[in-house]
Every structure is written in structure tokens, then in C-alpha cells.
Design a protein around this ligand. Structure first.
Ligand code: ATP
Ligand code: MG
Length: 337
């Protein structure tokens, strides 16, 4: 039995969470795994109700669970996810961009993953005013850079792909910070002679993701660049509605859609739950690998192929050119599992 903590979130978060719970119930009922889901509050609603965007009880329950699923959070996102990443030391943010068939997307033949450093860079929120200026501190450490580089090379090693790591930075301008990131990745690359290693400036990478995305296998980059490039890479293959992410540490992991709370479509039953359901697939992979549980890996594959097959036959939500509602799409998945 696996204990799963679920932050239900804001905006489209509750609708996505409902879809996730239906799918997990179907996995329990039909596929012989046992997940016990505890719903938790965090985000704008929690802030309004309890004065805290991330209540202590929520953190305690997450710590006692085997893995956490997090639906998107609204305005208070930084007070929830950035804090959780730090408390739980979830240093690797994994954002796959994989093509699905019949998508209104740029490409249908891409399979890459962005490995984004998740604990430092400009996202630590160390900002202050100085006279009439505003300052943000960008901290890059050798330890964190090497740790994420190692994660990227290990990812490349396990993938059934061209076995290449592209280190993305801007060391020609930010010579000291990105210089350290680049040299740390280069050093780690020496332990992986069978994996191709290349470096690319972030502006060139942004261009190449559109121009020639097939050249990428694993991209490793710093926090801010990874955030931006992964929104771009998701658009190359199928858009934010299809984009899952994992925040992984040595002992714990949290899974969430790449996108935010999407208030413009909240409460309308039209959001694409695939981003969250594919996050469950990433959770199954992580639990399966960690616990040597082949059943988890099997079910993960089954969930992904079910989504893949549905989309292929035209059962799709509006964002990817279909007509199904969130609940209809979810129902189709639970029927097919
Ligand atoms: P954040 O700053 O938290 O990332 P954002 O302003 O970038 O938020 P998102 O919520 O990430 O906005 O999404 C951008 C737009 O993409 C949304 O306004 C919505 O129209 C669309 N979108 C995002 N997620 C989905 C989804 N699951 N299904 C359908 N459309 C989506
Ligand atoms: Mg966004």
C-alpha cells in the first residue's frame, strides 16, 4: 500500500484533482495496486482560510506519505512549491516533452526531457531594494550543479534514446555563475564516457527547440532557464495540457503539471487533465524504481498508453483540438484501464 498526499490546489486544480482521484480509484479497483490518497489544502484557498499558504499539517502529512501529487496553485504558488522543494530537498525538476499522435503541435516525433536544477538560481527569492534600484541574488553552487548534472547523465543512461546531455547556460555573459555551472557539468561528464556531452547558450537553445528539436535528448540547465525552456518544449509537442513534471530528491518526490492554475478556464469542466494524469505516470515510475515494484512500472505504462490511444482515436479535450470535457475524458480513461 502506498500513501499518497494530494494538494488539490486552486483554479483548475480541484477539477484536475477529481480526475486524478478517479483514475487512482480505477487503478486500485482494476489493476491490483493499493493507493491511499489524502487530500490536503495549500495555496490561495488555504491562505484565505487559515492565514497560511502552506499549513503545517499539510507539510506533516506530506512528510509521512510515500509521494505527493500537487495540482496547480494560484497566486501563492511560490509560497507553496518553492518552499516544498526546499523543505523536502527536491533538487531535480524533470520535465519530459514527448510527442503524442494527432496533436495540434509543431512536431509529432520528439522525445526529450529537461532536467532543471530546482533549488537555487534566481528562484530562491533573495531580492531587495537598494536606493532606486532592485536587486536579485543569483546563487549557483558547485555542489548543486554537480548533483543535477549527475542526475541528468543517469537519466540519459537509462533512457532508450540517443544518450546525449546538452548543458544549457549563458556563460559568455554570466561568466562566474554560469561559468561554474558549465564547468561543473563538464567535470561530471567525464564520468560518463558513453554519453555525448555538448553545451549550448540558452538563446541558441530556445531557437533550436523550434528549429531542430530532434537534436535534443536530455537538457540540463539552471532553475530559471529550465522553467522557461520547458514551457517552450511542451508547446513543441502538445501544449501545457499534456505536460507533466516531477520534483525529485534522494528520498522523496512530488509530481505536478508544468502549468499553473489557469484561472481563465477554471470551473468550466474543460481543462485537460492529462498533464496531471501523466504526472501520476511519472509517480508510478518513481515508486516502481525506488521500491523495485514492477507492478507500479507496468501500471504506469498502461496509464500512458491509455492516454496515448484515446488521443489517437480523437477523444480529446478542447486545448488539443477535441470536444471532450474534463470529466468525459477522465471517464474514458477509467473505462479503458
Ligand atoms: P503560472 O505563472 O502559474 O505558470 P500562467 O499564467 O503561466 O501561470 P498557466 O496556468 O500556466 O498560466 O497556463 C497558461 C494558459 O494555458 C492558461 O491560461 C490556459 O488557457 C492554458 N492551460 C494551462 N493548463 C491547461 C490545461 N490543463 N488544459 C487546458 N488548457 C490549459
Ligand atoms: Mg506558466
Amino acid at each position: 500500500m502506498y500513501k499518497i498526499s494530494l494538494i488539490t490546489g486552486d483554479g483548475i486544480g480541484p477539477e484536475l484533482s477529481e480526475s486524478a482521484v478517479s483514475v487512482i480509484n480505477a487503478i486500485n479497483d482494476k489493476l491490483g495496486l493499493k493507493f491511499d490518497v489524502t487530500k490536503l489544502s495549500a495555496g490561495d484557498k488555504a491562505l484565505k482560510e487559515s492565514g497560511k499558504a502552506l499549513p503545517d499539517e499539510t507539510v506533516d502529512t506530506i512528510k509521512k506519505s510515500d509521494a505527493c501529487l500537487k495540482a496547480p496553485v494560484g497566486e501563492s504558488a511560490a509560497d507553496v512549491i518553492v518552499v516544498l522543494r526546499r523543505i523536502l530537498d527536491l533538487y531535480a525538476n524533470i520535465r519530459p516533452a514527448k510527442s503524442y499522435p494527432h496533436m495540434p503541435a509543431l512536431r509529432d516525433d520528439i522525445d526529450m526531457v529537461i532536467v532543471r536544477e530546482n533549488t537555487e538560481d534566481l528562484y530562491t527569492g533573495k531580492e531587495f531594494s537598494l536606493g532606486d534600484s532592485a536587486v536579485a541574488l543569483r546563487i549557483i553552487s558547485e555542489n548543486a550543479s554537480k548533483r543535477i548534472a549527475k542526475y541528468a547523465f543517469e537519466t540519459a543512461k537509462q533512457r532508450n534514446s540517443m544518450k546525449k546531455v546538452t548543458c544549457v547556460h549563458k556563460s559568455n555573459v554570466m561568466r562566474i555563475t554560469d561559468g561554474l555551472f558549465a564547468s561543473s557539468c563538464t567535470e561530471v561528464s567525464k564520468n560518463y564516457p558513453d554519453i555525448l556531452f555538448e553545451q549550448m547558450y540558452v538563446d541558441a537553445c530556445a531557437m533550436n527547440l523550434i528549429r531542430q528539436p530532434e537534436q535534443f535528448d536530455v537538457i540540463v540547465t539552471t532553475n530559471l532557464f529550465g522553467d522557461i525552456l520547458s514551457d517552450e518544449s511542451s508547446q513543441v509537442v502538445g501544449g501545457l495540457g499534456m505536460a507533466p513534471a516531477a520534483n525529485i530528491g534522494d528520498n522523496f518526490a512530488l509530481f505536478e503539471p508544468v502549468h499553473g492554475a489557469a484561472f481563465d478556464i477554471a470551473g468550466k469542466n474543460i481543462a485537460n487533465p492529462s498533464s496531471f494524469l501523466l504526472s501520476i505516470k511519472m509517480m508510478l515510475d518513481w515508486l516502481g524504481t525506488k521500491n523495485n515494484d514492477s507492478k507500479c512500472l507496468e501500471v504506469g505504462q498502461k496509464l500512458e498508453s491509455t492516454i496515448f490511444n484515446l488521443v489517437k482515436t480523437g477523444v480529446k479535450t478542447k486545448d488539443i483540438g477535441g470536444t471532450k470535457s474534463t470529466s468525459e475524458f477522465t471517464q474514458a480513461i477509467t473505462n479503458m484501464l
